[in-house]
Design a protein around this ligand. Sequence first.
Ligand code: 5GP
Length: 227
Amino acid sequence: MTKILKSSSKGSLIVLSGPSGSGKDSVCERLKEYNDNFWLSISCTTRKPRNGEEDGINYFFVSEEEFKQKIENDDLLEYAVYNNNYYGTPKSKIHEYLDKGIDVILVIEVQGALKIKHKIPEAIFIFLMPPTMKDLVYRLKKRGTETNDKIIERFKKAYIEINELSKYNYVVVNDDLDKSTRKVNSIIEAQKCRVDRIEDVYLNNAEEEIHELLIDNKEFENKDIDI
Ligand code: 5GP
C-alpha cells in the first residue's frame, strides 16, 4: 500500500535557554523518562568544574587557549562569553545525530541561541522561565555552588535574558518540573507533525488504489465499516 505522505526523517535541533536556575538541566534529565530519541549536546567551557561535575559528561572543560583554538579551527557551531567564561557548542556529531533521525538538544544561553537562529532558522527555540524572580534566587542559593556575588551577577543576567524572550518560539514557565518537562516533550513531538516537514505527497496512484480497494479487492466484504 502506498503511503500518502513522506515526512522528513531527520531529527530536530532544539535550543533550550533560560536563566541560570530556571531548571534547564533538570528538565533535560527528566525528559529521558518521556523521550528516548534525543541527544544532549555537550558544550565546551573555560569555566572551572563545580563539585560533582565531570569532564566529558557535564562539559568539556578546556583552557582559554584551547577554546580559542577551537574558534580558530571553526570547530564550534556557536560560542558566547558568559560571566567571563567562554561556552561553545562543538559542531562534530550534531549533523551525524540529526541525519540519523535523532533530535539534538542544545542547552545554551541567549547570545548563542540567537547565533543558532541566524544559522539554522528551522531549529526550535524554547525558553524556560522561572515562575518568579524570587524563585530564581532561591534556586540559585539552594544549589549552593555559587558565591553571593556570583548569584547577583547571574540574577542581573537573568533580566537581560528574559528581555530576549520574544525571539523564541515557545516559553514554558517551570512551576512544576514534571509538567514543564511534558510540555517541552509535547513541543518536540509537535514539530514532527509540521506541514513544512513533508517531503512528498503521493497522490498520483490514489485513484487506482481506491478502485482496487473498493471494486477489485474483497478485503472489506462482510466487514462493518463506518465511513
Ligand atoms: P553554567 O555555568 O551555569 O553551567 O552555564 C552558564 C550558561 O551558559 C547557562 O545559561 C548555560 O545554558 C549556558 N551554556 C552552556 N553551554 C553553552 C554553549 O555551548 N554555548 C552557549 N552559548 N551557552 C552555553
